[in-house]
Design a protein. Structure first.
Length: 404
């Protein structure tokens, strides 16, 4: 209690309405398990009303009141860390005391009907908790089988891995259907222990990353209902794509002298006009933003983005950035970008940035939108053209043109 309320080497108690609500919801959910897996906002208030009703009915039973008060008294220590299944072990003692005394009230009643009701209640409690304990143990056993099966099957496929191997997985389950934890954390360590290699690179996600480097030591695996399938077909596609890296063709070119209006100015950019086949703009702050018209380019096909522009600013060196929006994304992500240096010398320069080489694209995605931050400081900007280059996409049965 001292650590919770007064700190001393600890953060101490910090109460907000959101934290109180989260704490209350978590402990109420733990209170009704295993009878109810998920408690709705409406039933939460019914449950609180029921607890108050029990307190009223058994107000003369000190043991019942002690058990009910014990629960929040012991749970208050989780106000700073948040409730969990483990944190409810100690508060649940109060639940057992209160339930036991209520059931005993019926068992030892002089009225035969009350005694029968008490015995039925005790039998129901034993059955419900007993069945739930059995099913939960079975679910934990199945979760354990999954955690053992994945590393074992990977080792059956590859008893030895190349030095510096990179293992990528999709479909690794985080929970069983009943909510038992399988692999939110610890998956990387499981493979490292299985191969006795603490430097082994292991990652998991919803889609395979589009990597074009070190493919000779990269392995893709798909987990489907405990079965591990190696996706060598994707590695072959990436190898063919990498071999054609030097060959690309323009997919879309915007000549700003003719169609500058296709690109929208989203932030801190004022339109000055046009001159000598270029559109003139002024960056009013440190975060000017432009956006392309909608596009549709498979991630495996996209390559470089090229911009020809002239920049004048108070400082000689600035930075430009390209962002992309992929299918399934609601908005641009701060982490999905490619940066490049910009010379603010008043001369024309062509800048190239390779999205495919960023290592942040995902196989199977379509790039649907491009965002361009031309500089990161106030500046005068002139843009002649922006061009998106693409490569062949052999995953769609389009053989690379460099092999024809």
């Amino acid at each position: 209690m001292r650590l919770v309320f007064f700190g001393h080497g600890y953060q101490g108690l910090s109460i907000s309405p959101e934290k109180i609500t989260y704490w209350l919801d978590g402990n109420l959910s733990n209170l009704v398990l295993p009878l109810v897996d998920v408690i709705s906002p409406e039933s939460k208030w019914l449950l609180i009303l029921g607890i108050l009703l029990v307190c009223l009915v058994f107000r003369t039973k000190r043991t019942v009141l002690f058990g009910i008060v014990w629960i929040p008294l012991m749970a208050v220590a989780t106000l700073t860390s948040g409730p969990s299944g483990r944190s409810f072990y100690l508060p649940s003692v109060g639940l057992a005391i209160a339930m036991g005394d209520v059931c005993a009230e019926g068992i030892y009643a002089r009225n035969r009907a009350l005694r029968s009701a008490g015995l039925v209640a005790v039998a129901a409690v034993i059955c419900v908790y007993g069945v739930d304990l059995y099913t939960r143990n079975q679910d934990m056993y199945r979760a354990g089988q999954i955690t053992e099966a994945i590393p074992r099957q990977v080792q059956q496929l590859h008893s030895v891995l190349p030095k510096g191997a990179r293992l990528v997985f999709i479909g690794v389950p985080e929970y069983t259907s009943r909510g038992t934890l399988v692999y939110i954390t610890g998956f990387f360590n499981a493979l490292q222990i299985a191969y006795r290699d603490p430097m082994l690179s292991v990652s998991k996600g919803e889609k395979f990353p589009l990597w074009l480097d070190a493919l000779d030591r990269t392995l893709y695996f798909q987990v489907d209902h405990r079965k591990v399938i190696e996706r060598t077909d994707l590695i072959e596609v990436l190898q063919e794509r990498a071999r054609c890296e030097s060959y690309s063709v323009p997919f879309q070119e915007w000549n700003f002298a003719k169609i500058a209006s296709d690109w929208e100015r989203w932030n801190q950019l004022s339109d000055v006009g046009s001159r000598d086949g270029a559109v003139l703009m002024r960056a009013e702050g440190n975060d000017p933003i432009m956006a392309s018209p909608p596009i549709n380019v498979p991630s495996l096909a996209i390559g470089e983005i090229q911009v020809t522009m002239n920049v004048r600013a108070a400082q000689p060196s600035l930075q430009g950035e390209w962002y992309w929006l992929a299918s399934g994304q609601d908005d641009f992500s701060p982490g999905l970008k490619v940066s490049f240096p910009v010379l603010a010398d008043g001369e024309w320069h062509t800048y190239r940035a390779n999205l495919a080489q960023s290592g942040m694209l995902l196989i199977g995605d379509d790039i649907t939108w491009i965002r361009f931050d031309p500089v990161n400081a106030p500046a005068e900007i002139a843009i002649r053209s922006i061009t998106i280059y693409t490569h062949c996409d052999s995953s769609q049965r389009e053989r690379c043109i460099c092999y024809r």
